[in-house]
Design a protein around this ligand. Structure first.
Ligand code: NAD
Ligand code: UDP
Length: 323
């Protein structure tokens, strides 16, 4: 299955490399003996996430914003720069759209110039509030083009369009994965996404904030499973995607809250808050294509992943002297 022509030492650019997912990619490829340039503007990422790699001669940290062009000699590009949490991507929506559109355009230009292979992090948000369930790659989605999530959703959709047009017009070697909700250690404590919010709230005895009635569903993939499929996708010859990457185990947000309360032994109560606009009611990936083309499926069960994530946040709270 793997590309036998892949040289053992690659020069790899990871945009958004100091973020949650990007930092695991940096680690994975450094551990494989490749050279890694981690490019980040530190909007949501932090040097802390890659501090353990800084002493490695093969690792370089570059402060840069992908909405500005950059020239680097690289073999592979992982384009992961973009805030992913609704709280952060809605903070400066125009910047979010620029990051997805102009930023991706810059990375495509770089890939074209250097003949690099590019893998782009798209998202389940391209399906919007889906009418097809579970979501298959053939579904075109139900996205509000003018809502508060549009800067992210439409930005990611436009990025996919740009990539496909670069492939058709310039024969670029590019790949698209559509990442569904992913969680794990190194998420920010103030990330605003549901797993980090609930874990921090439960550990510090605060109310667990459920938006809406909690009956909306999601399917969460543990970070190690995601990193594995990203690696397989990059190595797979002649497969552009888009391919769904996520865990098809679906549950309601209320069930997630109850599970986290149980796992932490917390006395926190549930507090229901207003549901944000355009919040998708259901989400579950159909991963048949990833299974068929990449021989991949998630291995880590929700409870195991939550244990590791809760332990990370417990440690974070202790280190920062938050009772
Ligand atoms: P994150 O916020 O932790 O990481 C994003 C990184 O990109 C941060 O380090 C941030 O500082 C950097 N960044 C943002 N704008 C930039 C810019 N203009 N120039 C340079 N760097 C910039 O989020 P994450 O969860 O690690 O997500 C990484 C990628 O995966 C994003 O593209 C996101 O859309 C995609 N994705 C993530 C999920 C998920 O559940 N985590 C789901 C779907 C898609
Ligand atoms: N959510 C919630 N409480 C929180 C944070 C999120 O109930 O403190 C809900 C949110 O409304 C959504 C789901 O959990 O229905 C997942 O939200 P998240 O921001 O993690 O990801 P996304 O909406 O992008 O899937």
């Amino acid at each position: 299955m793997l590309d036998s022509k892949t040289p053992s030492k690659m020069k790899i650019l990871i945009t958004g490399g100091a973020g949650f997912i990007g930092s695991y990619l940096c680690e994975r490829f450094i551990n494989q003996g490749h050279k890694v340039i981690c490019l980040d503007n530190f909007f949501t990422g932090s040097e802390e996430n890659v501090r353990h790699l800084l002493s490695n001669d093969h690792f370089e940290l570059l402060r840069h914003d992908i909405i500005l062009p950059v020239h680097l000699e690289v073999d592979w590009i992982f384009n992961f720069a973009c805030p992913a949490s609704p709280v952060h991507y809605q903070f400066d929506p125009v910047k979010t759209l620029k990051t997805s559109v102009i930023g991706t355009l810059n990375m495509l230009g770089l890939a074209k110039k250097t003949k690099a292979r590019l893998l782009h992090a798209s998202t389940s948000e391209v399906y919007g509030d889906p009418h097809v369930h579970p979501q298959t790659e053939g579904y075109w989605g139900n996205v509000n083009p003018i809502g508060i999530r549009s800067c992210y959703d439409e930005g990611k959709r436009a990025a996919e369009t740009l990539i496909m047009d670069y492939i058709r017009a310039h024969g670029l070697d590019a790949k698209i994965i559509r990442i569904f909700n992913t969680y794990g250690p190194r998420m920010r404590h103030d990330d605003g996404r549901v797993v980090s919010n609930f874990a921090i709230q439960a550990l510090s005895g605060k109310d667990i904030t459920i938006y809406g009635d909690g009956k909306q569903t999601r399917s969460f993939c543990y970070i190690d499973d995601l990193v594995e499929v990203i690696n397989r996708m990059m190595l797979k010859p002649d497969f552009t995607g888009p391919v769904n990457t996520g865990n098809p185990f679906e549950f309601t947000i209320l069930e997630l809250a109850e599970k986290i309360i149980r796992l932490t032994g917390s006395k926190s109560k549930i507090a229901f808050k207003d549901l944000p606009l355009d919040d998708p009611k259901q989400r579950k990936p159909d991963i048949s294509l990833a299974r068929e083309k990449l021989g991949w499926q998630p291995e880590i069960e929700l409870e195991e992943g939550l244990h590791k994530t809760i332990a990370f946040f417990k440690n974070w709270l202790e280190k920062n002297s938050i009772p």
